[in-house]
Design a protein. Structure first.
Length: 263
């Protein structure tokens, strides 16, 4: 692990300027970024601490019924929030199924969406796989028990985020601030498949920061649910997960709208 400094920027604009510099990496809960540094996969010269930035904090259900999740809101806060549990159930369930109580108390909404894949070839510092600029995805002929079975390739990673399928099922979008100003991206379009660029998993650009995730209000007839199957029942990433949001009026036999997202 190389030496690095930790910088706590005074405001969002300074954070973005710092992150546009080579070797500067954002730090929220730090769960994945510290792991990647210890594994030699990331070699930051500076970690830019996002936790004190007020634009990134908090959880709010607005009078319109829209849900705002600050990017540094903790997974435990999302899992336990009474209004999220009642009206955006799949999101609370996905956060509550993540890792352990200790990790949920550190891990944040933004960090969960931006964590890197768990592929053992990618995480092995001695393997220069396709995702790290090499020319081979070793999962193809190697150990591929936990890799993509649908729509994979040329790298066969799967995205590890619990929150992503639930947020996409609920039509969430991310607000992103960077050197080019502010933009909003539907989460459905935020993630990048290996077929587009095997080295990355999302469309975040240099210096850009996710400030919040917005989930639009949905009619009271919408019900949502998140389910996952995993190998260890104590804590583990899911082998498969599914988030579903269904709009069916009480007593009606037909469904007006359904979104099913598999992880
Ligand atoms: C044992 C274990 C089990 C786990 N099980 C699960 C599981 O079942 N399901 C699951 O989904 N996850 C699981 N995780 C992963 C864990 O939930 C994530 O590592 C965690 O959510 C990352 O959040 P963080 O805030 O610590 O991110 P960090 O490590 O601080 O950041 C992660 C990445 O996001 C970037 N970043 C963070 N916030 C922002 C932002 N706002 N804008 C721009 N860039 C940002 C950082 O630069 C870094 O690249 C597990 C982790 C462990 C160690």
């Amino acid at each position: 692990m190389n030496r690095f400094e930790v910088i706590t920027p005074a405001d969002l604009a300074s954070a973005s300027q710092l992150l546009a510099q080579d070797g500067h990496v954002a730090f929220a809960g730090g769960v994945d970024v510290v792991d990647l540094s210890k594994q030699g996969i990331a070699s930051p010269t500076a970690l830019v601490n996002l936790k004190g930035l007020k634009e990134l904090g908090g959880i709010e259900v607005r009078p319109s019924g829209e849900l705002r999740l600050g990017a540094t809101a903790k997974l435990s806060e999302v899992a336990e929030h009474p209004a999220i549990r009642a009206r955006f159930t799949a999101i609370a369930e996905a956060a509550g199924e993540t890792a352990t109580a200790q990790i949920r108390n550190l891990g944040t909404v933004g960090g969960n969406l931006l964590q890197r894949p768990r592929c053992w070839y990618f995480r092995n510092p001695d393997v220069n796989c396709l995702k790290k600029g090499g020319d081979t995805c070793y999962a193809i002929s190697g150990l591929n028990r936990y890799h993509a079975i649908l729509g994979g390739g040329p790298a066969f990673i799967v995205h590890p985020s619990n929150l992503a399928p639930a947020l996409i099922a609920m039509r969430a979008s991310a607000t992103i601030v960077g050197p080019g100003g502010e933009r909003t991206v539907e989460l459905e379009k935020f993630f990048t498949l290996p077929a587009v660029d095997p080295k990355r998993e999302n469309s975040l650009k240099s210096g850009e920061i996710i400030t919040e995730v917005i989930v639009p209000a949905s009619p009271s007839s919408v019900r949502s649910h998140y389910l996952e199957a995993r190998e260890k029942q104590s804590f583990d990433w899911p082998l498969v997960s599914v988030a579903i949001a269904i709009d069916r009026a009480p007593g009606a036999k037909t469904v007006r709208d359904a979104r099913v997202v598999m992880g």
